[in-house]
Design a protein around this ligand. Structure first.
Ligand SMILES: Cc1cc2nc3c(=O)[nH]c(=O)nc-3n(C[C@H](O)[C@H](O)[C@H](O)COP(=O)(O)OP(=O)(O)OC[C@H]3O[C@@H](n4cnc5c(N)ncnc54)[C@H](O)[C@@H]3O)c2cc1C
Length: 656
């Protein structure tokens, strides 16, 4: 039976009461306790820095050459917090409510409320670190809107919020490295988890430069290893993002929750050909000011600027007048797909819709004329002034679009299409962020998170930093307080020897296949199966086929993959082979999870279950639970964590 350990008491006092009663570890004992943190993106850096500051002996690992290269650095648009700086009726409750509703009522109330509560602390913490959030003229921090909300609560640093937040967390981390509380192991990949007497006690890491396997002990292990969107091959994730650490934990007993809940982001640069290996996000922040449309006429091939206003269909504004272009991502993505499938798509592939800044440029231009008291000016001048404002707000995103497509988004509407972006599924964790393995925790995108079946924009950074700066410093102590008498375990313990042998045997097996096909080709084929059959739309028939196809692909991989190079030394092909092998297994579980969930909710859209106007049709009677999968060697067993809504009353989501 899964115990989510949600504290008793009223929702808004649970976290306060928990903190007030949590067991503590005294400073002298903290110095004796070792903690392994795998991953140094926003979740891992903030956790490692905080735990180091508290006095624990921390070892932090990442596979990049520097923590600063974690995928988190790519985050563009912003981070949410219930500060209500705009005086637009925001509150902790409203952020909580929006997140529960945005996730289509498939997230835990207690966790989400805690997230909303600590959101305000995150902004204070980051400002104190010197994170350069955008400010209003008078000096106050500026805000913008993201999807699924009607308030402005998103804090941002131009289109580089993740980068600035990560530099803040990295500085805090490096300070601890300098003080000696944190030891940093970059270019190290965790390839096995070590369990002793039922508790996570260490990891086997591969030094990606020398190829050597290393044993590392920890009283507890934290996985902050990010999401698995790259299972789809084409995604907006960093190329190195992978599921391996979480998957190793899963194979050793950590349940994997809601693996089929993946997020397709509506505003990405469309796929342009067969040889592409990466997709690029155009931040959701662009939906603040950009208007999304397609031609009213099917197959209209005129250039966008030649299509008159009355022949444009602003379909989000038409279908969802209350939220307009700022509906949540799942809703916006499905609406784009619907238009394209119906023949209204634009561009050469016809798999794109327009994101248009012409109206915003005029609006901002006129405001500038008025602000500067310029009187009667030419239309060109208004346009010029408007472009300058847009440039200040979104300049780096516009530059990126221009570089990739060769088109000038200040002059012609951008073309966008949905793409894989984020994974709401991940390792199952209780209220304390502990997995089903004692002493093993998961933070950030690596856990099954607080976002239910659909994450609202700007809330992943919030969750990762909440987990690292404000949650784990309390909950880990609650566990380690019981462990203060445990001495460091020597790494010649049989469990370490056995785990290293397992990792070594697997690597040797991979290298010995010497087949004919590249790792990349397998990854691409896997991505196509998962995208076609477990992507934006899913059906029973398609999922059953996908499971068979993935199983066949797995057999083929293990008999015909070719990995060049050597084991001892740097070998990125070998690194990638291990990750793709794990993605293949995960792919099967994703399809199984999607097949088992006979309803549509959030990003999980089963074609058989939709309302008459094409919205996701939930089945709360039978599926209001977290699906937590236990690995059984050759298959999986499903455990269900029921979701109880005490405060919010689940209803059909409406953004109309
Ligand atoms: C283009 C883009 C833009 C985004 N913009 C926003 C935004 O504006 N707002 C928002 O809220 N969210 C945004 N997101 C989502 C957000 O960036 C991520 O969810 C978040 O950064 C994940 O942080 P993390 O710390 O959990 O993981 P990551 O940043 O992915 O870090 C993972 C870490 O784990 C390490 N690691 C992984 N596996 C291993 C292993 N086996 N061994 C050792 N180390 C390992 C990596 O080296 C890395 O250090 C965006 C995402 C993308 C793709």
């Amino acid at each position: 039976m899964l115990d989510s350990k949600i504290p008793a008491g009223p929702l808004d006092s649970k976290w306060t009461n928990y903190k007030g009663n949590v067991k503590l570890v005294n400073p002298a004992n903290k110095r004796k306790l070792e903690v392994i943190v795998v991953g140094t993106g926003l979740a891992g850096s903030s956790a490692a820095a905080s735990l180091g500051e508290m006095g624990y002996k921390v070892k932090a690992f990442c596979f990049q050459d520097s923590p600063r290269r974690a995928h988190s650095i790519a985050a563009q648009g912003g981070i949410n917090a219930a500060k209500n700086y705009q005086n637009d009726a925001d509150s902790v409750y409203r952020l909580f409510y929006d997140t529960i509703k945005g996730g289509d009522y498939r997230a835990r109330e207690a966790n989400v409320h805690r997230l909303a509560e600590v959101s305000t602390n995150i902004i204070d913490q980051c400002v104190a670190q010197g994170v350069p959030f955008a400010r209003e003229y008078g000096g106050l921090l500026s805000n913008r809107s993201f999807g699924g909300t009607q308030v402005q609560r998103t804090f941002y640093a131009a289109g580089q919020t993740g980068q600035q937040l990560l530099i803040g967390a990295y500085q805090a981390l490096e300070r601890q490295v300098a003080l000696g509380t944190v030891t940093m192991y970059s270019r190290h990949e965790m390839v096995e988890l070590v369990i002793i007497d039922g508790k996570a006690r260490g990891i086997i890491a591969r030094n990606l430069v020398t190829g050597e396997l290393e044993r590392h002990f920890g009283h507890a292990v934290l996985l902050c290893t990010g999401g698995y969107g790259n299972v789809f091959y084409l995604s907006t994730n960093a190329m190195g993002s992978n599921v391996t650490a979480a998957w190793k934990a899963h194979k050793q007993g950590a349940y994997f929750a809601n693996p089929c809940f993946t997020q397709i982001h509506p505003t990405c640069i469309p796929v342009s050909g067969d040889h592409q290996s990466k997709l690029t996000l155009m931040s959701e922040s662009l939906r603040n000011d950009g208007r999304i449309w397609v031609p009213v006429k099917k197959g209209d091939n005129r250039p966008a600027n030649e299509i008159p206003e009355e022949e444009r269909d602003y379909y989000l504004e038409r279908r969802y007048p209350a939220f307009g272009n700022l509906v949540p991502r799942d809703v916006a993505s499905r609406a784009a797909k619907e238009r394209c499938d119906a023949g209204y798509g634009v561009g050469s592939s016809k798999q794109a819709v327009y994101l248009d800044y012409a109206a915003a440029i005029q609006r901002y231009g006129k405001a500038e004329v008025s602000k500067r008291n310029l009187g009667n000016v030419s239309t060109e001048m208004v346009t010029q002034l408007g472009k300058e404002v847009v440039k200040e707000k979104y300049g780096n995103l516009f530059d990126m679009y221009a570089k990739i497509t060769g088109e000038n988004p200040y002059e012609v509407p951008m073309r966008i299409y949905p793409a894989v972006h984020y994974t709401m599924g991940g390792l199952w964790v209780d209220y304390e962020l502990k997995t089903t393995i004692d002493g093993l925790y998961a933070l950030g995108e690596a856990n099954f998170s607080d976002h239910g079946a659909n994450r609202l924009g700007a809330s992943a950074l919030m969750q990762g930093l909440a987990d690292g700066y404000f949650v784990i410093p309390y909950t880990l102590g609650n566990y380690l307080a019981e462990d203060i008498r445990t001495q460091s375990i020597a790494t010649d313990h049989p469990a370490f020897v056995e785990a290293e042998k397992k990792a070594s045997d697997r690597i040797s097996r991979l290298m010995s296949i010497q087949g004919k096909q590249t790792v990349e080709s397998f990854h691409k084929r896997l991505g196509k199966i998962i995208w076609d059959k477990c992507g934006m739309a899913r059906s029973e028939e398609g999922l059953k086929q996908a499971i068979e196809e993935v199983q066949a692909l797995k057999a083929e991989f293990w008999s015909d993959v070719r990995i060049p190079g050597k084991i001892n030394g740097m070998n990125p092909e070998l690194d990638k082979a291990g990750r793709v092998a794990d993605f293949i297994e995960l792919g099967e579980l994703m399809c199984l999870d999607a097949l088992e969930r006979n309803e549509s909710c959030g990003g999980h859209f089963r074609e058989e279950y939709q309302t008459p106007d094409g919205e996701a049709l939930r089945d709360d009677q039978n599926y209001m639970y977290v699906a937590a999968w236990e690995n059984k060697g050759e298959g999986w067993e499903l455990h269900k964590e029921p979701l109880n809504y005490e405060i919010v009353k689940p209803s059909q989501r409406s953004y109309k």
